[in-house]
Design a protein around this ligand. Structure first.
Ligand SMILES: [Zn+2]
Length: 373
């Protein structure tokens, strides 16, 4: 073992060399050189770093050149710093040593690729929190449903979003994507003098929606009362009147108690008071109106929160119409959008069809009202 560590510290690789390399001995000296497969792997590294091809695309290209690898293997190769001349080994206990072997790629390419890889795998790297690409993994491609990722063309300093699916080719500048998204959020804007009428209108709708629930609640409460009365009666017949024996008493009460428990489970934990609902809706209307500017000026994490708040399941980017679509909007935002259309409250700044909320929220279906704001 001591011999191995010494070798490593001298920059020599003590065990089998990775794929793409041949080990030669020249006058007693170890020589590790790139072989034919290594030359193809070098191409693979370049495709990954420069063209940002996916691993599947790279595997296909390699296969067409007669070099078959498994997906797992390729991932391992891209992660192995040996290819950029760095020795990393358990024996070195975290220390890295510059190897004497031939480099397949530069360290710059290696680190560039591993940043891309980390993004693709867990989605959690320092890069993940890049506020210049807040919509990454939040938007999906409308053509194929795949999540869109973001990247920077460093030479130009320009950011893009792109569909992750091979061959889909949906690719769009981040600046335009952000502007469109801001337009969507601004669609919820209301002039301040319309806040109060909107709050009242929402209150009506919520009460209407809650009416059905209230009817159910009344019914449940009445049923519970009947059960209590029956239980009382049974007790009377058993204890006072001695009309039934203990077995019968227990049999009947057990059944009723079970039914009672089930009904009680249906009762809502807490009823929202009307005054609180009004306060809440007033806040929500105000917040909806500011959501566009809140998103624009927000930190990365604030933006993520807002995005999920309005569109809990994310949005689809439609390349053809250069706009967003969604399947689900938070109930409050949905109501504001549909009500402002219905009661003729039209926001200023709604100029194009792309941002006409009433058209694109139509058919989303209203989710049960949740108070998640
Ligand atoms: Zn796509």
């Amino acid at each position: 073992m001591a011999g191995m560590l010494e070798k490593l510290k001298r920059g020599e690789w003590p065990t089998r060399v990775p794929i793409g390399y041949d080990q030669l001995t020249n006058k007693g000296q170890q020589q590790i050189v790139v072989n034919e497969k290594g030359k193809l792997l070098r191409k693979a590294f370049q495709w990954k770093a420069e063209q940002r091809l996916s691993n599947v695309e790279i595997l296909e290209k390699l296969e067409s050149m007669g070099f078959t690898l498994s997906k797992q293997r390729l991932t391992e190769i891209f992660r192995n710093p040996f290819y950029c001349g760095i020795l990393s080994h358990n024996l070195l206990e975290g220390e890295v040593v510059e190897g004497k072997h031939e480099k397949l790629i530069s360290q710059k390419v290696f680190f560039q690729i591993n940043q891309i890889q980390a993004e693709n795998n867990s989605g959690y790297t320092t890069k993940k929190y890049d506020n210049r690409l807040p919509l990454r993994n939040f938007i999906r491609c409308a053509s194929c449903g795949t999540h869109m990722t973001g990247y920077e063309v460093k030479k130009k300093g320009i950011f893009y979003y792109k569909c992750n699916k091979i061959g889909c080719k949906v690719n769009r500048g981040a600046r335009q994507m952000h502007a469109r998204y801001e337009e969507v959020l601004n669609g919820f804007q209301l002039e301040s003098d319309l806040h109060e009428p909107m709050t009242q209108r929402l209150l009506d709708v919520f009460q209407e929606m809650n009416q059905q629930k209230e009817d159910e609640l009344k019914h449940t409460k009445a049923h519970l009362k009947t059960i209590d009365q029956q239980l009382e009666k049974l007790e009377e017949r058993f204890v006072l009147l001695e009309e039934i024996n203990k077995d019968q008493y227990e049999k009947f009460t057990q059944k009723l108690r079970l039914e009672k428990k089930q009904l009680e489970g249906k009762l809502p934990a807490e009823q929202i008071k009307l005054s609180n609902l009004q306060k809440y809706l007033r806040f929500a209307v105000k917040m909806c109106s500011e959501i566009g500017s809140m998103w624009v000026s927000g930190s990365y994490h604030q933006r993520q929160k807002l995005q999920k708040l309005v569109f809990p399941e994310g949005v689809l980017y439609d390349k053809e119409m250069d706009g967003y679509r969604t399947h689900r909007v938070n109930a409050i935002f949905f109501l504001i959008a549909s009500l402002s259309a219905k009661i003729g409250i039209k926001e200023k700044g709604q100029t194009s069809n792309k941002t006409d909320l009433s058209s694109w929220v139509a058919g989303t279906g209203l989710e049960p009202v949740t108070f998640g704001l």
